[in-house]
Design a protein around this ligand. Structure first.
Ligand SMILES: CC(C)[C@H](C(=O)O)[C@@H](O)C(=O)O
Ligand code: SF4
Length: 471
């Protein structure tokens, strides 16, 4: 029987295989950030251990960094300690760090691919759930906890229970690709399979609706695999993948021979079996807006807020969850999504703060002003994205429209730095999580695509971007 792409990568990385028990897997790249690494380094110190492969370990700081002027002293005490600790740990253990003033600094999942550190067929881990992003390159990319971070630092291996392969197909050609984006595809998938739909699996995204996407759009899809409960998400590499990684700063010297070896091997065999399957047709997908407190609580922009009965389809836990979510979000069933007014707009995060995202959002913004009731900001995913955007004049478009234009980092994706919502504020956000308090205590998050966020900033409420001329 043939093998899935996931099984091929898995098998080529086994160090010790155990049936019905975790196997020991070799790790090709270990990405490190300031939040989940301090205890891991402390553990190494206590046991008098070194980092086994500092050359395969790369660090950056993203969660705690301020996104305002970095020449000023950092006011947030906790953030400042996290950042200094990572600097010291990288120095002590000989690890390459893209620090706060590096031109390569940025959200770890944005810089990995941009620098050519993320490679097809490799195993990549990071103490961060959205490591799944790197799966867009046909890598097995896993988020891990702090104790595993320590294990990987010490041994370059990790014990892992073998996940099951899950095929998600998106069929058909997009007719309205400026309005129906990768974010809408992945939110639609999660809406359909649920936030637990991918539990225990590695999702492989397939079909024309996926292969048609650019690399940056594929990253948006894989990024949110974790919000469907999956261990990872991946997409088989193709010419777009190989072209994207060619000539990046850390692309290996023998790249062309690597590409030759990847071409035939890194794909699912035609007779391979998946444990689970789900198919969606691209024509069924509209721009999405989340209305609740998990990414599965999402509907079409042209719809109204569902009643808890309608949403839960008879499941009493789901019904209670929806009631609680609506209360937290201060929303009533039957309210049209387009009638929901917003206070803030956040264009950022490892889901949607790459160059293409900013280009698409800027097309909506160009020559307009944001609503006087809205405060809006753009936080590029990396300093490199920021510079590329500035070279194209995108910063000017956003600033002229009254957006704030910030330095790179996780920013308001989660409240671990000064960028937070005030209690009760409602935000159209291009990030990936809408949990209670995620963007600040009492803050209300609606997950949307960059074009939907940009349009909401202009109008002060959600609008259906399919009605706009976005070309
Ligand atoms: C802080 C970090 C551990 C966390 C994660 O694992 O994803 C964060 O990045 C998030 O998005 O919630
Ligand atoms: S941008 Fe958000 S989701 Fe991505 S790593 Fe940072 S906090 Fe996590």
């Amino acid at each position: 029987m043939g093998k899935t792409l996931f099984e091929k990568i898995w098998e080529s990385h086994i160090v010790v295989e155990k049936q019905n028990n975790p196997s020991l897997i070799y790790i090709d790249r270990h990405l490190v950030h300031e939040v989940t690494s301090p205890q891991a380094f402390e553990g190494l110190r206590m046991n008098n251990r070194k980092v086994r492969r500092p050359d395969l370990t790369i660090a950056t700081m993203d969660h705690n960094v301020p996104t305002t002027d970095r020449s000023l002293p950092m006011l947030d005490e906790i953030s400042s300690v996290q950042i200094k600790t990572l600097e010291k740990n990288c120095k002590d253990f000989g690890i390459k760090l893209f620090g706060i003033n590096s031109p390569n600094q940025g959200i770890v999942h944005v810089i990995g691919p941009q620098l050519g550190i993320t490679l097809p067929g490799s195993t990549i881990v990071c103490g961060d759930s959205h490591t799944s992003t790197h799966g867009a390159f046909g890598a097995l990319a896993l988020g891990i906890g702090t104790s595993d971070v320590e294990h990987v630092l010490a041994s370059q291996t990790m014990w892992l229970e073998k996940p099951k392969p899950f095929e998600i197909r998106v069929e058909g050609k997009r007719k309205n690709s400026h309005a129906v984006t990768a974010k809408d595809i992945v939110l639609s998938i999660i809406k359909n399979i649920g936030t637990g739909g991918g539990t225990g699996t590695v999702i492989e995204y397939r079909g024309e609706g996926i292969t048609d996407l650019s690399m940056e759009q594929r990253m948006t899809i894989c990024n949110m695999s974790i919000e469907a409960g999956a261990r990872a998400g991946l997409i088989a590499p193709d010419e777009k993948t190989f072209d994207y990684l060619r000539d990046r700063e850390y692309t290996p010297k023998n790249y062309e021979s690597l590409v030759d070896s990847w071409k035939d091997h890194l794909k699912t065999d035609s007779d391979a079996q998946f444990e689970k399957e789900f198919t969606l047709h691209i024509d069924e997908i509209a721009p999405q807006v989340s209305w609740g407190t998990n990414p599965g609580m999402t509907c079409n922009v042209s719809d109204s807020i569902p009643s808890p009965d309608e949403f839960s389809k008879g499941d009493s836990n789901q019904k209670r969850g929806a009631e609680k979510a609506l209360e937290y979000m201060d929303l009533k069933p039957g309210t049209l999504i387009e009638d929901i007014k917003i206070d803030r707009v956040f264009i950022g995060s490892c889901t949607n703060a790459r160059l293409e995202d900013l280009i698409e959002a800027s097309k909506v913004i160009k020559g307009q002003k944001i609503s006087p009731n809205v405060q809006a900001m753009v936080v590029p995913g990396s300093q490199m994205v920021k510079k590329q955007a500035e070279d194209m004049g995108l910063d000017k478009i956003f600033i002229d429209a009254n957006f704030e234009w910030r330095e790179a980092g996780c920013s308001m994706c989660l409240g671990m730095n000064p960028d937070i919502l005030s209690p009760g504020e409602r935000c159209a956000s291009t990030s990936n999580r809408n949990f209670e308090g995620r963007q600040g205590t009492g803050g209300r998050t609606h997950l949307v695509s960059p074009v939907m966020a940009a349009a909401a900033a202009i109008h002060g409420h959600f609008v259906d971007v399919r009605k706009m001329d976005l070309n």
